[in-house]
Design a protein around this ligand. Structure first.
Ligand SMILES: [Zn+2]
Length: 156
């Protein structure tokens, strides 16, 4: 897929440092600093695509998990970023397919594990029920014996 150079609606969230591809000149952002080169690591439609990003950009290192714990951080000085790649590299196609396969595999595993757990629970429940029945029978037996004993004593 191709992208416009500066699309505010598409802002990569996960990224890693990358090197500037051959033949591409480093750009300067609105701060006047030379931009850092980043590569998208987010599992998205932009995986593996490189872009230039403001060296002072606030989300580097990546944002903390909760947006609520950083309300006091200053607003970004400059949100500049510019795509270097306009298409996803070839390796991402393989990577995405592979991740999809792994996701399905782990899903199968999860389902299998859940099923085993349910079966285990059913087994435990059955054991407990059997135990209760045994206990019940034992108590009934005791009562019956007590009753017999009582009757025997009364007869005497
Ligand atoms: Zn900047």
């Amino acid at each position: 897929m191709s992208l416009p150079c500066l699309d505010e609606s598409i802002r990569p969230r996960k990224m890693q440092s990358a090197s500037l591809p051959r033949g591409v000149e480093a750009v300067r952002c609105w701060c006047g600093d030379v931009c850092k080169v980043k590569e998208v690591t987010d599992f998205s439609d932009w995986l593996g695509m490189k872009f230039s990003m403001c060296a002072n950009y606030e989300s580097d290192p990546p944002e903390s998990i909760s947006a609520y714990i950083r309300p006091l951080s200053p607003p970004p000085v400059c949100m500049y970023y510019r795509w270097i790649d306009t298409e996803m590299p070839d390796w991402t196609v393989t990577e995405i397919r592979e991740r999809g396969r792994r996701a399905w595999a782990s899903l199968d595993l999860e389902e299998c594990r859940e099923k085993t757990e349910i079966e285990d629970k059913a087994e435990q429940k059955k054991e407990w029920e059997d135990y209760c029945v045994e206990q019940r029978a034992f108590i009934d037996e005791m009562k019956r014996k007590n009753q017999e004993e009582k009757l025997r004593l009364e007869e005497v």
